[in-house]
Design a protein around this ligand. Structure first.
Ligand SMILES: [Zn+2]
Ligand SMILES: [Zn+2]
Length: 145
């Protein structure tokens, strides 16, 4: 039986299942993530696209171009309660990110890196055992197979 992690939005309309381990886990301090979450940072577990299954509800999507890199970012959210469930980024083709706070139990998630430290809130302290990047951790797209 492979690893399975389930979660959903705050109203319960959208539910998903993520199979196997994430391919990449990131805390992102970019201003897009701060704004889209209305919080201090984005907290994302990327899985292979085919390992994510939306098991109930419908997602609405919004596409945004980075004002710095001009790369495409897509968020998908519950149209009823507005919870962002997924994040897809041009730099990770083949991957679909899940907003970390939406897992029923997010305690298993280990964060590998903090990105866009440049715009991190000044009161925030990054743990010393994770990689840190002033901007994105990727210069070129990384194909997730
Ligand atoms: Zn909802
Ligand atoms: Zn971000």
């Amino acid at each position: 039986m492979p690893e399975v992690h389930e979660g959903g939005c705050v109203c319960g309309a959208v539910r998903y299942r993520a199979m196997r381990a994430p391919v990449r886990t990131t805390v992102c301090h970019c201003t897009f993530c701060q704004r889209r979450t209305g919080s201090a940072f984005g907290f994302i577990a990327y899985f292979k696209q085919e390992d994510i299954e939306i098991t109930s509800g419908d997602l609405k999507s919004y596409e945004h171009r980075s004002d710095e890199s001009n790369r495409l970012l897509r968020i998908e959210f519950c149209p009823n309660c507005g919870t962002t469930i997924t994040l897809t980024v041009e730099l990770l083709p083949g991957a679909r990110g899940i907003a970390g706070g939406t897992f029923d139990d997010p305690s298993w998630l280990k964060i590998e890196r903090h990105t866009w430290i440049r715009s991190a809130h000044p009161w925030l302290i990054v743990p010393p055992d994770v990689e840190q990047f002033p901007k994105s951790s990727l210069q070129q797209p990384l194909q997730i197979k």
